[in-house]
Design a protein around this ligand. Structure first.
Ligand code: MTE
Ligand code: HPA
Ligand code: MOS
Length: 754
């Protein structure tokens, strides 16, 4: 089934923030920001800006009516700088003007002097200086220390991995409007309407019930709008609260790129030990996370790095430690995979370093260590594993040996073109790692004409969650999909939502919808029974072609008649249901628990061809066996997998976030930050569903699909590395993603300048 949005998307009728009609009197906002990464404001003169014609007001931190604080996990992030600035792009003043261009001009008239302090941009330096956002976190399984002596081979190394710009098509933004009684309605491009509501309440000093947040859909989020939509909404709402006028702020691409945080760069040290049969006996890893200037979601991201630091492998002795390092960069934030991909990259680096020294392929090590059902993850959860089945079905389907032979043959016959191959198993835990976030609600109404309207906490961001929720209702009521409408996500209809994130949105909100629909259906059954002249109390109703069937027997009752009858009998046609994921728990004091309701597995192979004269490369193919469970919407899920793979490839190859030593973003436009285009995408992506009949806790057995496929992209890095090795086996293996063509060229010829 296609996405319910596609017709409106294609016709340009879908509503995003900038499609909301402007109310007369709307003011346009723009922030004046710090151009110094770390320092103290010694002068701030806004008078010239304030006096510019068309400027209504210029607000600074002391104008904030509530609390100057938007930190999500820790209260360490002022909305606008007071004395100290912590990163380039930190808001200092808010201009409210009659037009965007006047606001822009006014910002240039603000006179601000900042005394610069020493800035830190490197997480290892931050760590040495003790600049940590939270105390470091640890996972320990078994005992690595006493295991090293029984290892036949031990390898140590360092891995670096860069950040990634979200580059959602719709930039960040919000539109606040005054509502009678001093209330405020905020339209926000956010994944987390409640997070926005909370931030707005805090900053304005209002109560949450006075703030309504509404989201029809967003033009992509990829994690970048899980927490970082809050600032713009809070600024607009503050403007509305103070001026009584509607305030809109829709960031330009340039502002969005330099002011918002990105995927976290990490640097890591690892040590890995093997027996003489390729079994990994021990793994030690230390992660230095570049969190940026405030906590934002970094502590939670750091935790997921630890959760996924052994990827799809069982390792009996693990000692993993992670440091959340404070630097003078914009606070880094959630990004598809939420720290998991960085954790997985490092173990794959360790395997890639070990393989040639153990005279084998990385895939031999991967295969020998796949986690099986009953094995324990370092965090105490027992695996219900599909790692081996996905690998097995992958081998059945794709002839890995033959692929490798073809690559070897090609490399023998070609001097300046080299191919590389890499297998990439994945394992990703589904659930918010913060247990309390695993809850959702759904409000279902059947109107008297038989049509159905649903509100949940889910935000549609292109991932197709609204279609899946409509499918759930259509399935329970046996109705055609066009009888179901999904409404905007709105905090007055559904309260206290978790953000749409962690790939769990359809599971959580879909299950709440399923419960609401089933409760209504239960009541409708009684109505059918009352009019169909049957005594059977355990009957099942179904609607086929608009007619009600009772226990597979056609009644003469139409769906509309049934609904009218229910209404006549004063039976409620509405339900508000609450779902909380069962059995998930985690105890951080022990570092053990059962944080995930299930895991998603899969195996991919990536082949690349490297041009060894130019350093360019092409991705020949990515082939995957992916664990969908039983996909409820293969078309949407296929789109998620293809998109995830290409986004993962971008992160591993051409996308290179670059801050200079002063903390200034140099890759600040699409001319200096390259995302994959159609030519950079694999020439072929082949996706095969894993066949399994196991039960799972996903909605209608359809496993979460949003984030896991991004991690197939990791294989690209190692495929390129393997191609480089065939060209020049003397170059030391380097573990420093991304592999941009420039870096590939330097690596091919053994340059040390990397
Ligand atoms: N797909 C599209 N088209 N746009 C997005 O912003 N975000 C990804 C993924 N797929 C995203 C996307 C991220 S980071 C997550 S967590 C999930 O979708 C969130 O949606 P889900 O929980 O419904 O999978
Ligand atoms: N994923 C995404 N967002 C989150 C998570 C997570 O696991 N935990 C807290 N916020
Ligand atoms: Mo996704 S990073 O959990 O929004």
């Amino acid at each position: 089934m296609r996405s319910i949005d596609i017709h409106d998307h294609v016709k340009g009728r879908s509503i995003y923030l900038d499609d909301i009609p402007l109310i007369q009197g709307t003011l346009f906002a723009r922030v004046f920001t710090s151009n110094v990464a770390h320092g103290r404001i010694i002068k701030l003169d806004i008078s010239k800006a304030r006096d510019l014609e068309g400027v209504h007001k210029v607000l600074i931190s002391s104008d904030i009516t509530g609390i100057n604080q938007i930190g999500g996990i820790i209260d360490d992030e002022p909305l606008m700088a007071e004395n100290i600035v912590d990163f380039i792009g930190m808001p200092i003043a808010l201009v409210l003007a009659d037009s965007e261009s006047i606001a822009r001009k006014a910002c240039k008239l603000i006179d601000c002097k900042i005394e610069a302090f020493e800035e830190i941009t490197d997480p290892r330096i931050a760590y040495e200086k003790g600049a940590l956002i939270i105390p470091s976190k640890k996972f320990i399984l078994g005992d690595t220390e006493s295991t090293w002596s029984s290892c036949s081979h031990i390898f140590e190394g360092k891995a670096d991995i860069n950040g990634q710009e979200h580059l959602y098509i719709e930039t960040q933004g919000a539109y606040a409007q005054p509502v009678e009684g001093g209330k405020i309605k905020v339209y926000s491009s956010t994944q987390g309407p409640t997070a926005v509501q909370r931030a707005v309440a805090k900053v304005t000093g209002m109560e949450m019930h006075s703030i309504e947040v509404d989201v029809t859909r967003i033009g992509g989020g990829f994690g970048g709008k899980e927490d970082q939509a809050n600032a713009w909404a809070a600024l607009c709402a503050l403007g509305t609260h103070i001026t009584g006028r509607p305030v809109k702020y829709s960031l330009s691409r340039e502002e969005d790129i330099y002011m918002t945080g990105k995927r976290h760069p990490y640097s890591a040290d690892f040590k890995i030990g093997f027996d003489n049969k390729l079994k990994i006996l021990a793994y030690e890893v230390t992660f230095f996370q570049n969190a940026g200037a405030a906590a934002d979601l970094s502590p939670a991201v750091l935790e997921r790095t630890l959760f996924h630091c052994t990827n799809a492998y069982f390792i009996p002795n693990v000692n993993a430690i992670a440091h959340c390092c404070k630097t003078n960069l914009p606070p880094n934030t959630a990004f598809r995979g939420f720290g998991g991909p960085q954790g997985m990259f490092v173990i794959e680096c360790a395997i890639a370093i070990a393989a040639p020294k153990l005279n084998c392929k990385a895939s031999d090590i991967q295969k020998a260590n796949l986690i099986t059902t009953g094995d324990v993850f370092p965090y105490g959860q027992l695996a219900e594993s599909e790692a081996e089945t996905s690998w097995q079905q992958f081998e059945d389907r794709f002839d890995l040996k033959k692929m490798q032979q073809d690559v070897d043959q090609f490399n023998k016959e070609n001097i300046h073109l080299k191919k590389g191959l890499a297998v990439q198993p994945i394992c990703f835990g589904i659930s918010f790692t913060k247990t309390l976030m695993n809850q959702a609600r759904s409000l279902v109404h059947i109107y008297t004409d038989g049509s159905v309207g649903i509100t949940t906490g889910a935000v549609e961001m292109g991932q197709g969650v609204n279609t899946k929720i409509a499918q759930v209702a259509a399935h329970i009521f046996s109705l055609p999909i066009d009888k179901i409408r999904i409404y905007s996500t709105n905090t007055t209809r559904i309260a206290n939502t978790s953000p749409s994130a962690a790939s769990a949105t359809a599971d959580l909100n879909g299950k709440a919808t399923l419960m609401a629909c089933e409760a209504i259906k239960e009541r409708l059954k009684k109505v059918v029974i009352s009019i169909a002249d049957t005594k059977e109390q355990n009957s099942d109703i179904e609607i086929r072609d608009g007619l009600v069937f009772l226990d597979s027997l056609e009644t003469k009752i139409t769906w509309q008649e049934l609904i009218s009858k229910a209404f006549e009998q004063r039976v409620s046609l509405s339900e508000h249901a609450h779902y909380a994921t069962p059995d998930v728990h985690f105890d951080w004091s022990k570092g053990k628990g059962h944080p995930f309701s299930y895991h998603v597995y899969g195996t991919s192979v990536t082949q690349v061809t490297v041009d060894c004269i130019r350093g360019n490369y092409e991705i020949d193919f990515v082939k995957v066996v992916h664990d969908y469970g039983q996909s409820m919407n293969p078309m949407i899920d296929l789109g998620q997998i293809e998109g995830g793979i290409v986004q993962g490839i971008g992160w591993m190859t051409c996308e290179d976030v670059f801050y200079d030593e002063k903390g200034k973003l140099r890759s600040n436009a699409l001319s200096t930050y390259k995302i994959p285009d159609i030519y950079a995408a694999p020439k072929e992506i082949d996706i095969i569903p894993l066949i399994t009949d196991k039960e799972n806790l996903a909605i209608l057995q359809s496993k979460a699909v949003g984030e896991p496929p991004l991690m197939y992209g990791l294989g690209t890095y190692f495929a390129i590395e393997n191609a480089i090795q065939s060209f020049n086996p003397t170059v030391p293996r380097r573990m420093n993603a991304p592999y941009t063509p420039e870096k590939v060229l330097l690596a091919l010829y053994g340059s040390k300048d990397l």
